[in-house]
Design a protein around this ligand. Structure first.
Ligand SMILES: Nc1ncnc2c1ncn2[C@@H]1O[C@H](COP(=O)(O)OP(=O)(O)OP(=O)(O)O)[C@@H](O)[C@H]1O
Ligand SMILES: [Mg+2]
Length: 268
């Protein structure tokens, strides 16, 4: 029987000068299955140029799978439509993935060439607060510093699209809040499109201007967060967004404000 599913075509997004309204990322009919199990089910999504978008979803909902597809790291992704993303894409993961045998600046410069890149590398390290640590070894950095170096490494490529897969997931609460400030600051200065995968609803609503929830292989909720920055976790006006996102994730809040997943309630 003939199939209507064809190999997904990947092509660069048109440049902003020729088509200002074109999204940085455009997905149509993105589908991904593993061993016959569909993880992404005909996903349609546009990410406008310069927008900071967060992606929420339960563990195993396919967030990393979606990010890997957009990053061009998944060659087996198929769909009935298209996937277009900018040429200059940087990816940041939960662990910094710094090479332990290279000094911090050399890690940042990996894959780049020339004196100009070296200058950009130093500038990027200064931007993330690591000036003076260029010659440190990765194992001499704290977790937060290593993630800063990873951000510097992504910046040095001047990405049009920054894909971040739970970049702050392994950090303590205080470092995390500082990193939120830093990410927002870097975004405001460089204005790449950002897709930030996170488990943390508060992280999403404080940082992002749009929050997506991935559910059952589709974008189940697409919420614009219309509040000025900088935002505070304690802002009661963010509460409504929080509730909608928690509801989309199937999480209930008890009267003390602590979160409980319905599956866990019987055990408390
Ligand atoms: N290479 C692979 N081979 C087989 N199954 C895979 C592969 N990659 C992902 N999966 C499956 O696809 C589903 C989605 O995985 P994915 O890593 O995208 O989830 P996620 O939303 O990022 O989860 P988490 O929040 O835990 O990181 C999972 O059930 C996972 O087991
Ligand atoms: Mg993941």
């Amino acid at each position: 029987m003939a199939t209507h599913t064809e190999q997904l075509t990947s092509r660069p997004a048109p440049s902003a000068t020729t088509a200002p309204a074109a999204p940085a990322v455009r997905l149509r009919g993105l589908t991904r299955s593993f061993d016959g199990r569909t993880v992404l089910d005909h996903v349609d999504l546009d990410l406008p140029a310069g927008q900071l978008t967060a992606l929420l979803g339960h563990s195993g909902s396919g967030k990393s799978t979606l990010l890997r597809a957009i990053a061009g790291l998944d060659h087996e992704v198929v769909g009935s439509g298209e996937l277009s993303a900018p040429d200059r894409v940087s990816v940041v993961f939960q662990d910094s993935r710094l090479l332990p045998w290279r000094r911090v600046l050399d890690n940042v410069l990996l894959g780049t060439d020339g004196k100009e890149a070296a200058e950009r590398g130093r500038a990027a390290l200064a931007e993330v607060g690591l000036a003076g640590r260029e010659r440190a070894w990765p194992n001499e950095l704290s977790g937060g510093e290593a993630q800063r170096a990873a951000l510097a490494r992504s910046l040095v490529r001047e990405p049009e699209l920054l894909l971040a897969d739970e970049p702050f997931g392994a950090l303590d609460a205080l470092t995390r809040i500082k990193m939120h400030g830093l990410l927002r600051e870097l975004w405001e200065r460089h204005r790449p499109s950002v897709l930030l995968v996170t488990h943390d609803v508060d992280e999403a609503i404080v940082l992002a201007d749009r929050v997506l929830v991935l559910d059952q292989g589709r974008i189940g909720l697409d919420l614009t967060i219309d509040r000025a920055h900088p935002r505070s976790y304690r802002d009661p006006l963010l509460g409504e967004y929080r509730e909608r996102l928690l509801a989309a994730l199937g999480v209930t809040e008890d009267h003390t404000g602590s979160e409980a997943h319905p599956d866990q309630e019987d055990h408390q």
